[in-house]
Design a protein. Structure first.
Length: 258
């Protein structure tokens, strides 16, 4: 997953709004979003190559996202799947602070990553590449393959678009899908240098990525209203960038008493 915009307590109807694009090689096998047979409260897609997921939620009141940190100048190699962190968090009954300690005390099992996850009371951001660890308060946040709110054009544009949607008080989620589907490339002078070369930097600069072998595979929206009712919708795309399916779920998103 390579682009996330998040709004906490910033909309009259919704206490949580998440829109995210998952970018991946088209050849990487994937299951679309659904409830997992072995963990029936978890709703997520699934990476069939290494297990885990890039984004998921739990009926028990948790959600989580992981993105890779793109720096081919100083690569860190992974012994464990970063997507496994999301799976663990969604099924974990430990306090969020305990999971934070686990992340901070890891001894290098994971390649560069950003983790964002929480419930309706706390939202944790963690980076293992120097981007810090903190809890997020009300506001709008953006994340791609660098640290939280790094001003890459795709992040800045997506945050601005989300802010306009929030300020309008709209409940039209089709507008959020449109926001995340923007295929405009950044100007050359605004491209970052993450070590992947000019052609890839340019291709990856769009919110919706479309390349020959790699691109946006899915867009997921997750919204929780003030009464704790959640909606989860996911569109899947083929290598041409055409929509090939949509999944939609509604459920209560209220943490279970311990």
């Amino acid at each position: 997953m390579c682009l996330l915009v998040l709004a906490i307590d910033s909309h009259p109807e919704y206490q949580l709004v998440i829109a995210e694009n998952r970018d991946e090689f088209y050849s990487r096998p994937t299951d679309v979003a659904g409830f997992w047979p072995e963990a029936t409260e978890v709703l997520a897609g699934r990476d069939l190559e290494r297990g885990g997921t890039w984004f998921g939620v739990s009926k028990a009141g948790r959600w989580a996202v992981v993105t890779n940190y793109r720096d081919f100048h100083h690569r860190r190699y992974s012994r464990l799947s970063r997507g496994g962190l999301v799976s663990r968090f969604l099924q974990d009954e430990e306090e969020i602070a305990v999971f934070q300690d686990f992340l901070q005390n890891d001894d290098g099992h994971y390649a560069g990553l950003n983790f964002v996850g929480g419930d309706l009371q706390q939202t944790l951001f963690f980076s293992n590449t120097g981007g810090g660890t903190r809890y997020l308060g009300p506001g709008i946040y953006g994340l791609s393959n660098h640290w939280l709110d790094t001003p890459w054009p795709k992040v800045v544009g997506a945050k601005e678009g989300l802010n306009q949607w929030l300020q309008s008080g709209s409940t039209d989620t089709d507008s959020l899908f449109t926001l995340m589907a923007d295929r405009k490339l950044a100007a050359d002078e605004d491209l970052p240098d993450t070590g992947v070369g000019y052609d890839w930097e340019r291709m990856l600069s769009a919110r919706f990525v479309q390349g020959e072998s790699y691109g946006t595979r899915a867009t997921t929206l997750f919204l929780v209203d003030r009464q704790g009712q959640a909606t989860f919708s996911e569109k899947s795309y083929d290598e041409r960038g055409d929509e090939i399916g949509i999944k939609f779920f509604e459920f209560d998103f209220i943490a279970r008493a311990k």
